[in-house]
Design a protein around this ligand. Structure first.
Ligand SMILES: *Cc1c(COP(=O)(O)O)cnc(C)c1O
Length: 377
């Protein structure tokens, strides 16, 4: 089945007999046992719940995995993932990364004895240089947040070769509609389901997905043991959101291409970072590993005053954190997503007081362009 069809028909509900087209919300914490040492297959909702299972099957199929685990947020998923590692283990992470992941790695993983080294994972030589005999994972976000660097997942897999190193890819920005990292050689995919998968800016969710049965078992153990699993109602909302993933991604990307090109020629915009632009340095890698570019754009204005002015003046576009919903949102990474990143590292990565990030939504593009133009004027 094609992804568009999988989004709608990718999971079968094995529990209901009514013919309901949508999965029921099993709002229950626990399940009664038919007899001693017997189970219906469900014991307690932290371990499994039919509504969550429906969603997990759907995402596993979309990503080409054997199993997916739904968490209460993207950060809950990444925090549980870090429990795979032991004190002394070394992890290489993209040097341009969601700020919350940086905060987790620097403030919690490091305290727990992991060593995290940041490297430009779009540069294979830089990755090779960072690998030590204690390296156990390479964690990439592609394209990265907010500078849109693209890492070549297949080439990283080839570099790792037979070494005992997990390749982990955060697929939040592209979703399985445009990119399936497991098929390219990643071992584990992470998601903030809060973003495009949910798609309506109304629910937090996170996922881990893998194509390896033994790894799936390890992750399931961590999921039920650390406990931040997605509620039945939020699982229902995510399943509902994914039904329209394909058309939302298409429309958002269509809008993003037009907006990125318009920003490029704007006199107060000095740089535009969008993977779909012909000028993007990794266009060839993107074309090889993805079927689309997504709808995340960051751009630099001519002065901090212009950047702040845009945030004050936008009317239709909302000045808000997050991304991937129907509504177009604009953020100021300096004060929002990357506020906790030390200044020297922030500036070295290009996250300055002139950088704005746009999550392009599915409104009519003419209205979005008109709003941006009046805000930049
Ligand atoms: C938002 C985000 C996260 C964190 O997810 P939450 O659902 O907000 O906890 C992780 N990675 C990326 C790329 C994100 O955009």
């Amino acid at each position: 089945m094609k992804p568009e069809t999988l989004c709608i028909h990718g999971a079968t509900d094995r529990t209901h007999t009514t013919g309901a087209v949508c999965p029921p919300i099993y709002q229950t914490a626990t399940f009664a046992h038919p007899g001693v040492n017997q189970s219906t297959g469900y014991d307690y909702t932290r371990s499994q719940n039919p509504t969550r299972e429906h969603l997990e099957q759907l995402l596993a199929r979309l990503e080409g995995g054997v199993d997916a685990l739904a968490f209460s947020s993207g950060m809950a998923a990444i925090a549980a993932l870090m429990e795979l590692f032991s004190p002394g283990d070394h992890i290489i992470a993209s040097d341009d990364l969601y700020g919350g992941a940086i905060r987790l790695f620097d403030k919690i993983s490091t305290k727990n004895g992991l060593r995290v080294r940041y490297a430009d994972t779009s540069d294979l030589a830089a990755v090779e240089e960072a690998i030590t005999d204690r390296t156990r994972a390479i964690y990439v976000e592609t394209p990265s947040n907010p500078m849109m660097h693209v890492s070549d997942i297949g080439a990283l897999r080839a570099r790792i070769g037979g070494r005992d190193i997990l390749l982990i890819a955060d697929n939040t920005f592209l979703t399985p509609y445009y990119c399936r990292p497991l098929e390219l050689g990643a071992d584990i995919v992470t998601h903030s389901g809060t973003k495009y998968l949910g798609g309506h800016n109304d629910t937090l969710a996170g996922f881990l997905v893998t194509a390896d049965a033994a790894m799936a078992e390890r992750l399931r153990f961590l999921h039920k043991t650390t406990g931040a699993c997605l509620s039945p109602f939020d699982s229902f909302l995510l399943t509902r959101g994914i039904k329209t993933l394909a058309i939302r991604m298409e429309r958002a990307q269509h809008n993003a291409v037009l907006i990125a090109n318009r920003l490029l020629s704007h006199p107060k915009v000095t740089a535009v970072h969008y993977v779909g632009l012909d000028s993007h340095p990794s266009l060839a890698v993107s074309k090889k590993q993805t079927s689309g570019f997504g709808a995340m754009i960051s751009f630099e204005t001519d002065s901090p005053e212009t950047a702040r002015g845009v945030l004050e003046r936008v009317r239709l576009i909302l000045y808000a954190e997050s991304l991937g919903g129907a509504e177009t949102l604009i953020t100021y990474p300096l004060l929002q997503t990357h506020a906790d990143v030390p200044e020297d590292r922030r500036v070295a990565r290009g996250i300055t007081d002139r950088l704005l990030r746009l999550s392009v939504g599915i409104e009519h593009v003419d209205d979005l362009i008109a709003d941006l133009e009046q805000a930049l004027a």
